[in-house]
Design a protein around this ligand. Sequence first.
Ligand code: NAD
Length: 251
Amino acid sequence: MGRLDNKVAVITGAAQGIGALMAKVMADEGAKVLVTDVQDTAEAVKAITDAGGIAQGMKVDITSNDDLKAMVETATGEMGGLDIMVNNAAIFATLTPKPFFEIDDDEFDQIMRVNVRGLHQVMRAITPTMIKAGGGKVVNIASGTFYYGPPGLSHYTASKGAVLGLTRGHARELGDKNIQINAIAPGLTESEGVAANDGFDMARAPTVASRSIKRDMLPEDLAGSLLFLCTPDSDFITGQTINVDGGKINL
Ligand code: NAD
């Protein structure tokens, strides 16, 4: 028996990287997973179905209210519900780190539009369904960058601080609806996108050195905290952030 049997989970930005791994982890525990992304999700879906899990892929841009309406309709229609929402989509691994005074208005706005407003749009789209169903679980993927502000990523760092702000505000507003909303703040994680981006190379060695557990962090390192926040084990926890970073930051 899986820990997420009979649950429907929806995840954004899950064509690759951390999102694809999280989709697989939830499917391995028995959830039916709607794997969404602006990119093609076929490979991530195949990884799940090849292992005997149930998943469906869908193109969803989290800044499009039409796409989000279709996402909710697919989850509640064909898949049978919307019990778990994982807000993973963001602009991250494609970023070129640069000093803040070289970030133009368009790039700044794009980061905020996707990483912050997009999450707001997703939550606005799914909340009526979760309230109607009598509850649900939401996991927002933030970032450890917010705790130490690495150079070159100030707009991204600010956007992930805003994710924590939305997590707290939404949790406060939906606490009495049996909807728990929490965040995970990963440290630098070797997703495909990070591994392929030379811009992150100089951060790798100092990051590993700054951890209590001195090794690279892999997407798999996030599996346990994700499942904790998706199951009844976390039913009296909301508006909180789990910092998964090998012991880099002590909060
Ligand atoms: P990634 O860039 O590979 O994944 C982000 C995914 O979001 C991509 O598949 C992308 O296509 C998708 N996406 C972008 N814009 C979108 C939109 N408008 N609508 C829908 N999908 C969209 O990065 P990753 O390393 O796999 O990171 C995944 C998440 O974890 C992100 O939220 C990132 O900020 C966070 N995070 C990553 C790290 C890390 O070191 N890898 C550390 C902390 C937090």
